[in-house]
Design a protein around this ligand. Structure first.
Ligand code: COA
Length: 239
């Protein structure tokens, strides 16, 4: 069984309770500063850039280890090898990781944390997040995501378009909840797990670390081992 873990991040409640200074609140609501380097110039990167813009970032650049040039109107200005130089040069610039693959996103996250770089939380204005929800740094909520009371969402997660995570869930670090996923109350999702597009999880289910849930899967039983799972009844693909 997956053990439940605490302390995933700070709470929107603290922010809404006026525990922050006006400057800190402004940084939270409008971007920690006005420049952001988004790591990962792919499709998800474009989505994150739009959210960053809506969160008040004025200068948006991309870093990518395999693509150069432009991503739409945005410039790809370097690779992850340039993080140190950028961080030295622009102390106030933020970094955000927009890589869909959970393992690679975690690797880059570790690289940033080794340098004590704190990542912002990006929230699309149409997302609905209860004030009691705790959120870890580097997590993005895409358009129409809904997160209900008492839920904790870890660091470096993607809660994608129109996904809902109901009350009292724990979503561990580096998880990707794909578009249109519905997670009922009291569900625990382990580290680096990817819940595929359009899947549903009934209440009080534990899904282990490093699980891939295939598109459109309905989960009605605990998943207690890493692996790739699809279908109804659920079957494991990689065994
Ligand atoms: C689960 C998944 C990762 C498996 O990919 P894969 O390892 O390449 O698997 P394959 O396509 O080779 O399929 C292997 C078998 O599983 C079946 N299968 C694959 N995905 C399935 C799914 N979501 N539901 C039911 N069966 C599925 C295939 O039909 C095939 O069955 P067969 O062996 O009886 O012919 C992939 O199909 C999937 O669902 N990805 C999620 C994509 C997603 O959510 N994208 C959103 C991005 S934001």
């Amino acid at each position: 069984m997956v053990t439940r873990r605490k302390g995933l991040g700070h709470s929107l409640k603290d922010i809404l309770k006026n525990d922050l200074t006006a400057e800190e609140l402004d940084k939270f609501m409008n971007g920690y500063n006005k420049t952001i380097y988004i790591i990962g110039a792919g499709g998800h990167g474009k989505v994150v850039a739009d959210i960053a813009k809506k969160n008040g970032y004025k200068k948006i650049y991309f870093l990518d280890d395999s693509t150069k040039g432009q991503l739409g109107t945005y410039s790809i200005v370097g690779t992850t090898d340039d993080i140190d130089e950028i961080h030295q040069r622009e102390k106030d610039a933020d970094f955000f990781i927009a890589i869909g693959n959970n393992e690679i996103r975690e690797k880059v996250f570790k690289k940033l944390k080794e340098r004590d770089i704190k990542l912002p939380i990006l929230i699309h204005p149409s997302a609905v997040i209860d004030e009691t929800v705790e959120i870890g740094e580097g997590t993005v909520f895409v358009a129409n995501a809904v997160i209900n009371a008492g839920t904790k969402v870890g660091k470096n997660c993607i809660i994608n378009t129109s996904a809902s995570v109901d009350h009292d869930c724990i979503v561990e670090d580096c998880v990707h909840v794909s578009p249109g996923v519905h997670i009922a109350g009291g569900v625990h999702i382990g580290k680096r797990t990817w819940v595929g597009i359009g899947s549903s999880v009934i209440n009080n289910i534990n899904i282990y670390d490093d699980v891939i849930v295939g598109a459109g899967t309905t989960i009605i039983k605990h998943i207690e081992r890493p692996g790739k799972y699809v279908g109804m009844p659920l079957r494991r693909l990689d065994q």
